[in-house]
Design a protein. Structure first.
Length: 201
């Protein structure tokens, strides 16, 4: 089943039209890139797909579930890394992970096991007891990606997560997410950076 289908999607704010009759399809296990300059509507589209906004027109389906008509099973398939950081700076890395797990109905034990696994994959498990504010920007983004994968979604949305990071941090995140596609994860990667569009080797 197709990971994401967007049909005839339009949205605006007041008299300003941001999206007009947009269509998009993301196939399972694919790495789809939403490329455009700042202000092009990428974050608005992400906000519509994740249910933060209600579209003025059109339909959004995630693995066959309409965001408008059946939002809960649709959103359950999603992991999201938003453009603006959403970690609690005064909580530890592990506390942020466990809190996210509780929101998705995971037991503390299961959330802890999954947190250790995802943090290890991104090379930040050794920082799990540190408060988030003690981490660099690149490490915080790694934690956010690990957190987004904690409940094992089938579809990951990443909105400008590499903006402001150094080249090596950007490449690490990009390579990791692309590797997840080879494991079957579907990804929508929103960016204004042309070099992130190049296919991996």
């Amino acid at each position: 089943m197709t990971a994401l289908v967007i049909e005839n999607l339009s949205h605006g704010f007041g008299t300003r039209q941001v999206l007009s009759h947009a269509d998009l399809v993301v196939e399972p296990g694919s790495f789809a890139v939403l490329l455009g300059p700042n202000g092009a509507g990428k974050t608005t589209l992400v906000s519509l797909v994740t249910g933060l906004y209600n579209a003025h027109q059109g339909d959004i389906r995630i693995f066959g579930h309409s965001i408008r008509r059946n939002p809960l099973p649709a959103l359950a398939e999603l992991g999201v890394v938003f453009q603006m950081p959403t970690l609690d700076l005064d909580m530890s890395v592990e506390q942020n992970m466990l809190y996210h797990g509780s929101l998705h109905g995971l037991s503390r034990r299961e959330a802890k096991e999954r947190a250790d696994e995802e943090l290890e994959r991104l090379g930040v498990r050794n920082r799990r007891a540190d408060k988030v504010r003690a981490l660099s920007g690149g490490l915080r983004r790694r934690v956010e990606i690990a957190r987004a994968l904690l409940h094992r979604p089938k579809f990951l949305i990443v909105d400008e997560a590499t903006a402001g990071l150094d080249v090596s941090s950007r490449q690490l995140l990009l390579n990791h997410v692309r590797s997840l596609c080879r494991e079957g994860l579907s990804v929508l990667w929103a960016t204004h950076m042309l070099d992130e569009v190049a296919p991996s080797d």
